[in-house]
Write a protein that binds this ligand. Structure first.
Ligand SMILES: O=P(O)(O)OC[C@H]1O[C@H](OP(=O)(O)O)[C@H](O)[C@@H]1O
Length: 307
């Protein structure tokens, strides 16, 4: 349990972050917990697996990859402990392998849509979006990137380091410079924390500003998302909760204490409506946002069981 608690804490504090990475970390945590779990009955086994699943899911509320991963990894049908344990180990490993393969596939599929000479803008730090960009560059395309700072956690710094390691010409800009530079950009590529059944995207706060600016400037807006980023529960109209993080990510609490009339809001994500999205690059191919429901139904729904 201690190891699961540590992983949960790392996800909560964002030491482990990125919708895909937290999903993989949760699957690993459940697998290792199940492998070592000592119980005397199946009831106890089920209760313990549920307890760790709930703990992991509670760490961050928005990225649907997390509950999807937990549900897929902790799935078992056997009614004896040893077989159920082996099922969980197998399902968790399957999820982890699938997640790694998905990133590669998204890179291959998405990079075909990048033209030689393209200037790309990206936001935050998405491993899926970066897979497209670096695959295109490695296939010999002469591209360059504008990367936003992505306040308040500044994940843009991770992105520029990654792009720099590949030797990709990159410009770091503040979030408020997105519209100013959009005229110089050919394509916007962002990741996803969740995609709703109606094709709306939930991603790092500020993503919808990139989408609006791209729409205004008639630039292409591409989303890179593994199929496990699609949200099954949105089929039945459940909303996706937007995580609001601590004020101290934005302002020193000592300063805030001196300002009794000031409050701070710090939503970590926003919604981009489907009409601003040209395509979603998934591991099963490129789809228009209107096909989100089909992805959930045919590639997630059955595996996740009852919504
Ligand atoms: O799964 P990958 O593509 O890496 O990232 C997807 C998204 O997850 C991140 O969330 P956070 O930084 O954990 O809040 C960003 O919003 C990013 O766009």
């Amino acid at each position: 349990m201690q190891k699961v608690k540590e992983t949960a804490e790392k996800i909560r504090t964002m030491e482990i972050r990125g919708a895909g990475r937290i999903a993989k970390a949760a699957a690993e945590a459940i697998r290792d917990y199940a492998a070592e779990l000592e119980v005397t009955s199946m009831e106890e086994f089920s209760a313990k697996i549920k307890e760790v699943s709930d703990l992991l899911i509670s760490t961050r509320p928005t990225a649907v990859s997390l509950p999807n991963a937990v549900k897929l990894a902790s799935k078992y049908s056997s009614d004896n402990v040893e077989d159920a344990r082996q099922e969980i180990i197998k399902n968790a490993n399957l999820f982890i392998e699938r997640a790694d393969r998905a990133l590669e596939k998204i890179g291959k599929i998405g990079s075909r849509r990048i033209q030689d000479g393209d200037v790309i803008m990206t936001h935050c730090n998405s491993h899926a979006a970066l897979s497209i960009i670096t695959t295109a560059f490695e296939s010999g395309k002469d591209i360059s990137v504008y990367s936003t700072e992505s306040r308040p956690r500044c994940q843009g710094i991770l992105t520029i380091r990654h792009l720099n390691d590949f030797g990709i010409p990159t410009t770091l800009i503040v979030d408020s410079a997105v519209r100013y530079y959009m005229k110089d950009v050919d394509k916007v590529i962002v990741g996803a924390d969740a995609i709703a059944a109606n094709g709306a995207l939930v991603n790092k706060i500020g993503t919808s500003q990139l989408a609006l600016a791209a729409h205004e400037a008639r630039k292409s807006f591409m989303v890179a998302a593994e199929t496990f980023k699609f949200s099954p529960s949105t089929i039945v109209g459940n909303p996706i909760e937007i995580e609001e993080r601590d004020a101290e990510e934005i302002i020193d609490p000592a300063i805030l204490k001196e300002l009794p009339h000031v409050q701070v809001r710090n939503p970590a994500f926003d919604f981009t409506p489907a009409e601003y999205i040209d395509m979603i690059v998934t591991d099963i191919g490129i789809i228009p946002p209107a096909m989100a429901y089909t992805v959930i139904k045919e590639h997630l729904g059955w595996e996740l069981g009852e919504i």
